[in-house]
Design a protein around this ligand. Structure first.
Ligand code: ZN
Ligand code: ZN
Length: 299
């Protein structure tokens, strides 16, 4: 009998959880950014300005549901690279406006940063690890984040450093239950630069701050650049998926089992578990090369 990995297939909310405005180094003012995402059909949005968390009650009045969030950074390795962590606050957060003083990040380690953010009860996503030039041991030594950005539109379009499937699978191989996120990391003016390239579809009962954060923490969502994942889950020793027409469907596992499927207008596929898989996650790719990613199922 089929058991879907999604709690309900009825309510889906589209959102981008990583964007910048003129409150930090983004080119677009908050209200203009809100209108752009509203017009593009987004249900929720987060401003993740660098080291500053702002909240203006007027933001949610006419546009998508706004999540309180920020992106914090820490320089390391002689300032040639830096770790960035996106944090989405829960509704019980008491902060309305917050700015971290620049001085306090110089003495911190990456782990200090994650631990400090985690204390504030935030959903933590490791931002663009490929662009950050993080080494495997730096990533594996960092504990406590909920998700990793498997796709970041801004760094992909800037310098082809937006994909991080290699980071995600490395963490999963080491038994880390980490989710994947696709997002924009919007900085610029024009749509073709870094808007609307990757987002999440969250599956929860209502469009409220609490429900979206809760669903993100549980992994009740999928990430996409366009393809739709209609359903996926387990069916008597098989993993099944149903999606919009695609030309590739891949089942990724550890140890090295899994399955790759190529064709025209593929809308469903199954993978018979071979035994011993620690996890399975699925990627679908449409004829224009746009991808969607499920979160993992663990065994
Ligand atoms: Zn960043
Ligand atoms: Zn960013």
């Amino acid at each position: 009998m089929r058991k879907s990995a999604f709690p309900s297939k009825e309510h889906w909310y589209k959102g981008n959880i990583h964007s910048h405005t003129t409150l930090s180094d983004g080119a677009i003012a908050p209200m203009d950014q809100i209108r752009l995402y509203k017009d593009a059909g987004y249900d929720f949005l987060a401003f993740t300005d660098h080291n500053v968390m702002n909240d203006d009650p007027s933001w949610s009045k006419e546009g998508p549901l706004m999540l309180k969030a920020w992106e914090r950074d820490i320089l390391y390795s002689y300032k040639v690279k830096c770790t960035h962590i996106v944090g989405l606050f829960s509704p019980d957060c008491q902060l309305s406006t917050f700015r971290r003083e620049p001085g306090d990040k110089r003495t911190m380690t990456d782990q200090d940063l994650v631990d400090q953010m985690k204390k504030e009860n935030v959903f933590l996503s490791l931002a663009h690890p490929t662009w950050s030039r993080m080494e495997p041991e730096e990533i594996l030594n960092l504990n406590g984040f909920d998700a990793v950005e498997v796709f970041n539109t801004g760094t992909e379009r800037l310098c082809h450093e937006g994909h991080a499937e290699w980071v995600w699978d490395m963490l999963l191989r080491h038994g880390r239950h980490v989710l994947g996120i696709a997002c924009d990391d919007t900085h610029s003016h024009t749509e073709k630069d870094d808007h609307f390239g990757g987002w999440t579809y969250v599956n929860c009962n209502d469009l409220s701050w609490a429900s979206i954060i809760d669903a993100l923490k549980k992994g009740d969502y999928y990430s996409t650049m366009g393809p739709i994942i209609k359903d996926w889950g387990l069916d008597d020793g098989k993993v099944y998926i149903e999606c919009s027409p695609c030309s590739e469907i891949h089942f990724i596992t550890y140890p090295a089992r899994g399955k790759a499927c190529y064709g025209e207008n593929l809308t469903s596929m199954e993978y018979a578990l071979k035994g011993g898989e620690a996890y399975v996650r699925v990627e679908v790719i449409d004829s224009s090369g746009k991808k969607a990613w499920t979160n993992p199922i663990y065994f």
